[in-house]
Design a protein around this ligand. Structure first.
Ligand SMILES: Cc1cc2nc3c(=O)[nH]c(=O)nc-3n(C[C@H](O)[C@H](O)[C@H](O)COP(=O)(O)O)c2cc1C
Length: 200
């Protein structure tokens, strides 16, 4: 089984719901499996030590997860139009993998959730791509053959999957948003499988 790392941070559960749906999309592709991982919150006390296993949800990611997987789906809530600090903190710890080119040539995709409609979904998605491009990853978006992109009245962008969680962060994923998460996970897994199986 080739694996796609679905790495996310979620405070109120919206990005977590997206991550699970992206993972389902990954696993619609025969021979492909999703590895769900999260990151701990960043403490005001730097380098605070947390248990390696969170109280609930998937385990915390390590750089070994990045190295082992054949592709990466990265999900974050929007924080002032940008990715959340815990994910940025995790990525800032990957200089060794960057220098070794460990992620070069692997496919990647991004997803986010916001409270407001025009609160920065696209800027967050694009900013999440930057460190992955430095790592030499191959970025995938969502093509407009996914007609939900045209009809959605909430989340869903060509730059990646997105969700409009509303002011109280309680709005569930719409059917369009779910289908776009599934499509993104599927496309990522198909690309990873094709790259993995292609001769060098
Ligand atoms: C510090 C902070 C900054 C935020 N910045 C934005 C923002 O720029 N635009 C927006 O629409 N929502 C913003 N939000 C709301 C979250 O992005 C939104 O609630 C998200 O859906 C939460 O995802 P989660 O349920 O996975 O934690 C912010 C929330 C916090 C706590």
């Amino acid at each position: 089984m080739a694996e796609i790392l679905v790495l996310y941070y979620s405070r109120h559960g919206n990005v977590a719901a997206m991550a699970h749906t992206v993972a389902r999309g990954v696993e619609t592709v025969p021979g492909m499996q999703a590895r769900l991982r999260t990151v701990p919150p960043v403490s005001t006390v730097c380098e605070a030590i947390q248990d390696t296993i969170p109280e609930q949800g998937p385990p915390f990611a390590t750089v070994d997860d990045l190295q082992a997987c054949h592709g990466l789906a990265l999900g974050s809530p929007t924080r002032f139009g940008n990715m959340a600090a815990p994910l940025k903190y995790f990525l800032d710890g990957t200089a060794t993998q960057w220098l070794a080119g460990a992620l070069t040539g692997k496919p990647a995709a991004v997803f986010t959730s916001t409270s407001s409609m025009h609160g920065g979904q696209e800027t967050t998605l694009l900013s999440m791509m930057l460190p992955l491009l430095h790592h030499g990853m191959i970025l995938l978006g969502i093509p407009y053959r996914e007609t939900d992109l045209v009809h959605t009245a909430s989340g869903g962008t060509p730059y990646g999957a997105s969700h409009l969680a509303g002011p109280d962060s309680k709005r569930p994923l719409t059917e369009e948003e779910k289908r776009l998460c599934l499509a993104l996970g599927k496309r990522l897994a198909e690309t990873a499988r094709a790259l993995h199986n292609s001769p060098d």
